[in-house]
Write a protein that binds this ligand. Structure first.
Ligand SMILES: C[S@@+](CC[C@H](N)C(=O)[O-])C[C@H]1O[C@@H](n2cnc3c(N)ncnc32)[C@H](O)[C@@H]1O
Length: 229
């Protein structure tokens, strides 16, 4: 655990550095008022956006956080013009709005899809996936707000289950979900079992063995997929 605390200390310097941020995401971030800018899953999702997002698509960045890193990267670097960023923490979405008044990104306070209208070609979610007991032991939830932002319940998958249950109504035909997790904090077995039990199938996986972050590319299972399993 000592080694992990040391790792966190150093990595959080890296993740709070505006120059590294600019190099990774191509725009100047606001002040780090709400803690570090990004995590390893953010980086893997950024790489996936380069691959899966086209400028003419509509994008929903679920859990965009206070810096709306992925929404703003999609706008600035990938020239996507129809972006919605959503977060269930009021103070975080207000900060995202305040610090990005002119981009045209729509920021919505929403518990998952509660206040979301319309359908999207791509929905991305760097989900809260930290198992509650492990996260508490590792000191990852020093405040109730941190718990609300990052805790995924007992097995890490509580929010992911709800997300997968509700997402189909908000996806265009042939639309995709990019679900980001980190398998240091949530087990592979739990994640894959939750996906298996949902209405989605994994069509690709982008796994970083070094950082253990992993993005599952999901498409809705059609009726004939269901009968063939
Ligand atoms: C791991 S952080 C990701 C932040 C940012 N998207 C990134 O990639 O760096 C998870 C984010 O999801 C938000 N979140 C957690 N549960 C949510 C829910 N039920 N509805 C909407 N947002 C949620 C948290 O507040 C937090 O900002």
């Amino acid at each position: 655990m000592k080694l992990y605390s040391l790792y966190l200390k150093y990595v959080s310097h890296l993740r709070s550095n505006p120059a590294i941020f600019r190099w990774l995401y191509g725009f100047t971030p606001p002040q780090t008022l709400w803690g570090q800018y990004w995590d390893w899953t953010t980086v893997t999702l950024r790489n996936c956006l380069r691959r899966y997002l086209k400028p003419e698509m509509t994008l929903l960045d679920m859990g965009c956080g206070p810096y709306a890193v992925l929404s703003r990267f999609a706008k600035e670097k990938l020239h996507c013009n129809a972006i919605t960023g959503a977060d269930h923490c009021h103070e975080l979405i207000e900060y995202a709005k305040e610090t990005d008044p002119d981009s045209g990104i729509e920021y919505v306070h929403s518990d998952l899809f509660e206040n979301i209208g319309g359908k999207f070609d791509l929905i991305i979610f760097n989900a809260p996936y930290i198992e509650s007991e492990k996260g508490t032991l590792r000191g990852l939830f020093p405040t109730e707000l941190d718990r609300k932002r990052f805790c995924g319940g007992k097995d890490g998958a509580a929010t992911v289950v709800r997300f997968l249950r509700d997402a189909p109504k908000y996806l265009e035909l042939e639309g995709k979900l990019l679900l980001g997790v980190n398998h240091y904090h949530i087990s592979r077995e739990v994640t894959q079992s939750v996906i298996f039990k949902s209405g989605f199938k994994t069509v690709a996986m982008h796994d970083n063995p070094l950082t253990r972050s992993c993005v599952y590319v999901l498409k809705e299972r059609k009726w004939r997929d269901v009968t063939s399993v």
